[in-house]
Design a protein around this ligand. Structure first.
Ligand SMILES: Nc1ncnc2c1ncn2[C@@H]1O[C@H](COP(=O)(O)OP(=O)(O)OP(=O)(O)O)[C@@H](O)[C@H]1O
Ligand SMILES: [Mg+2]
Length: 265
């Protein structure tokens, strides 16, 4: 078993109706890499994220298929999720009950959507939850119900929830959605801090400004397939991005901040 392996996939497909929304994906990502997943709307990125958080499973296609996470193909879901910090749009919709921001962050310690009577919340958990809420600068909102917050405020609690449990891998599907400009910059810096410490990052984004310099692996998705896969120099280029999206774009990188401009013809 490769102790360094996070994702090991061979010929993984996901079928919905008669359509392959992921089509024979083969990909290995180690626990030493920070990866960005990029691609047009509907190209399969969130489906891939659902596979690596064990929210869905590969479809049977008759092919010789491998789908392992941390070297295992079978997982106790709460054990797997305790290693992950997850931020997705779907997760934000799941918190629709009367839970406060603080309780939502505490629920991250149990990988649950909300707190239940069997959850033993320790003083250390409370301290850590308050620290991450403070880091995201939303302490003043901690006792407000999530469903009464603006989407950006709720998003910050979701990010705090993902960070509180010191995950091995942070899985972020469009994490900076709804964040205002100042919060996006703070989030960028927080991500950099996390990436320089223990946790690794798997990031899906449409915003190149989210792509921190610590990201060293780029996987491009198109129509359910891997379109390109490799390092920054080879894959994260104006030419490859233009090819991926079918528009002429120019990528610039200044002081670790990326920007994308549409080229005029
Ligand atoms: N449960 C489902 N049933 C049917 N089709 C689905 C289902 N889930 C996803 N799809 C389809 O699969 C394709 C890939 O969806 P996915 O959410 O993975 O795309 P994405 O790359 O994350 O796109 P976006 O950038 O818009 O978030 C889309 O065409 C979507 O409509
Ligand atoms: Mg998506």
């Amino acid at each position: 078993m490769d102790l360094d392996s996070f994702i090991e996939m061979k010929n993984v497909s996901v079928l919905r109706g008669d359509r392959k929304i992921l089509d024979s994906v083969s990909l290995n990502i180690s626990r030493r890499e920070n990866a960005a997943l990029i691609g047009p709307n509907g190209s399969g990125k969130s489906t891939f994220i659902k596979l690596i958080t064990a929210s869905i499973y590969p479809s049977y296609t008759g092919e010789d298929t491998v789908c392992r996470l941390f070297g295992n193909s079978r997982w106790n879901i709460s054990e797997l999720r305790s290693k992950l910090g997850i931020v997705t749009n779907e997760l934000q919709y799941d918190f629709h009950n009367e839970i406060t921001g603080y309780e939502a962050v505490l629920s991250g310690f149990f990988s649950s959507i909300g707190l239940f009577t069997n959850h033993k919340v320790t003083q250390a958990m409370k301290r850590k939850a308050c620290e991450t809420i403070e880091m995201l600068e939303v302490s003043h909102l901690k006792d407000k119900k999530l469903e009464t917050m603006s989407s950006g405020e709720a998003r910050r609690f979701l990010i705090a929830r993902a960070l509180a449990n010191d995950p091995e891998v942070l899985i972020l599907d469009e994490p900076s959605n709804s964040l205002d400009i100042a919060s996006s910059i703070k989030f960028h810096n927080t991500l950099r801090k996390i990436a320089s410490q223990k946790a690794k990052i798997i990031l899906v984004t449409h915003l190149v400004s989210d792509i921190i310099p610590e990201i060293d692996r780029f996987v491009f998705f198109k129509e359910g397939k891997i379109f390109a896969d490799g390092g920054r120099q080879d894959v994260f280029t104006s030419a490859k991005l233009s090819e991926l999206f079918g528009v002429d774009v120019k990528l610039t990188q200044t002081d670790g901040i990326c920007a994308l401009n549409i080229k005029k013809n």
